[in-house]
Design a protein around this ligand. Structure first.
Ligand code: ATP
Ligand code: MG
Length: 205
């Protein structure tokens, strides 16, 4: 690396001071101090569920309680379930789905499982001791119309104002995207499955 001369250092200082002023003005312009967010992680790329659990971990770090409902349970055991169990009653965890639809091949059972999962979700949403609720793969249950979209959105919108909720899953319904405060679309740039690499422990499950 070439040595940095004084002029260059001064230019950098001035540039950063300008950037800080812009940043400070932007922060000062925000008037809502605290708000429970409705967050949607969707899209075809990997990372929707893991990002939601990242938020759960962040919340747990403040000693807050977190609730999780898994609407579509895969056939596999997952590392995160065990990891979160070590937080004791700071985490309430419900794995409710029967597996992917193509695995169960039983529509009635899928609908019943989605509805049972939604009942658990409502319990968590109504629990005043919980700060963040993760509704993992709720988008899948909505996509297949296993749940009533208006009812789900209505319940999410009438939650208490400081409760954060994260919904994950591909193909988020436009009405849910509309209702949400924060929506992230994970893009699939490259995935190792395409190269024939199987699901990896600690990465996929
Ligand atoms: P993760 O749980 O790893 O955050 P996700 O929630 O974004 O993934 P899902 O749609 O729930 O993704 O699918 C779960 C599984 O499918 C994961 O094991 C993931 O690696 C895999 N997967 C996600 N995106 C792709 C893709 N674009 N191609 C192939 N497999 C994928
Ligand atoms: Mg997922």
């Amino acid at each position: 690396m070439k040595p940095i001369d004084e002029k260059e250092e001064e230019r950098h200082r001035a540039k950063m001071a300008k950037r800080k002023a812009v940043q400070d003005a932007e922060v000062a312009g925000k008037s809502v101090a605290e708000k429970g967010l409705l967050i949607v992680n969707t899209g075809p790329g990997k990372g929707k569920t893991t990002a939601a659990f990242g938020l759960a971990l962040r919340m747990l770090g403040y000693g807050r309680r977190v609730g999780v409902v898994q609407f579509v349970k895969g056939a596999w055991h997952t590392g995160e379930k065990d990891a979160f169990a070590s937080f004791g009653d700071q985490v309430v965890w419900h794995t409710m789905g029967e597996g992917f639809t193509w695995e169960t091949q039983d529509l009635k059972r899928d609908i019943a499982a989605a509805q049972a999962a939604w009942a658990k979700a409502l319990e968590l949403i109504c629990d005043p001791t919980i700060s963040l609720v993760v509704l993992d793969e709720l988008n899948i249950a909505l996509r297949y119309d296993y749940l009533d979209l208006d009812e789900v959105i209505g319940a999410l919108q009438s939650r208490r104002p400081d409760l954060h909720v994260v919904v994950t899953g591909r193909n988020a319904k436009p009405a849910l995207v509309e209702a949400a405060d924060l929506v992230t679309e994970m893009g699939a740039v490259k995935h190792h499955f395409a190269a024939g690499v199987k699901a990896q422990k600690g990465i996929e499950f």
